[in-house]
Write a protein that binds this ligand. Structure first.
Ligand SMILES: Cc1cc2nc3c(=O)[nH]c(=O)nc-3n(C[C@H](O)[C@H](O)[C@H](O)COP(=O)(O)OP(=O)(O)OC[C@H]3O[C@@H](n4cnc5c(N)ncnc54)[C@H](O)[C@@H]3O)c2cc1C
Length: 149
């Protein structure tokens, strides 16, 4: 268990970064464990800044990519904390875009296959909690979630 600076709680002079660290993410105000390469790198920057007495870098929305069978899968944010809000394309077709939103309709994350330009919009939208409709994709569950229009 670590604080926002990746300092292990309850012991002196122990820092833990990457997969091994359950760290206090100021974005979500709770301790989380994120097993991504990008998270390990960002932890390194947080710890380096702390050791050097510099301001901590801004915490980024989680980002992970994986290249599988010729396709690049990119995930931003924490899709599992919301529900599917918009869907376009298919994973098999290599053109999937899936957006996930919280109860208020703000994006909490998204999954994109082989479309880096769209992914950048999804990543920015997830970081800002932008309305799911702002990406202009077909919305899901519009009858029960009319506030998304
Ligand atoms: C099969 C697999 C696929 C993955 N695919 C992706 C992916 O596509 N995208 C993505 O973002 N993430 C992926 N991940 C997760 C990613 O690999 C980890 O999040 C990332 O490597 C974490 O970095 P780390 O430095 O915290 O730990 P690690 O990369 O595990 O590094 C820890 C290092 O510490 C060494 N070590 C352990 N014990 C000791 C010891 N006692 N003394 C000295 N050295 C020790 C280990 O040998 C290792 O080199 C994948 C993980 C796995 C297992």
């Amino acid at each position: 268990m670590c604080d926002r600076f990746c300092a292990a709680t309850g012991v002196e002079d122990v820092l833990a970064i990457g997969d091994v660290s359950r760290w206090f993410d100021v974005r979500v105000q709770r301790q989380v464990r994120v097993e991504h390469w990008t998270n390990a790198n960002e932890h390194g920057a947080i710890v380096a800044a702390d050791i050097l007495g510099l301001p901590a870098p801004a915490v980024q929305v989680p980002y992970v990519w994986s290249d599988q069978y010729g396709h690049r899968i990119q995930i931003a944010g924490r899709p599992a904390t919301g529900s599917l809000a918009a869907l376009q394309g298919t994973a098999v077709g290599g053109d999937l875009v899936a957006l996930y939103a919280g109860d208020g309709g703000g994006l909490v994350g998204g999954v994109v296959v082989d479309d880096t330009r769209t992914f950048m919009k999804v990543r920015r939208g997830s970081a800002a909690g932008a309305p799911a409709r702002s990406l202009g994709l077909p919305l899901i569950g519009t009858e029960s979630r009319s506030q998304w229009h």
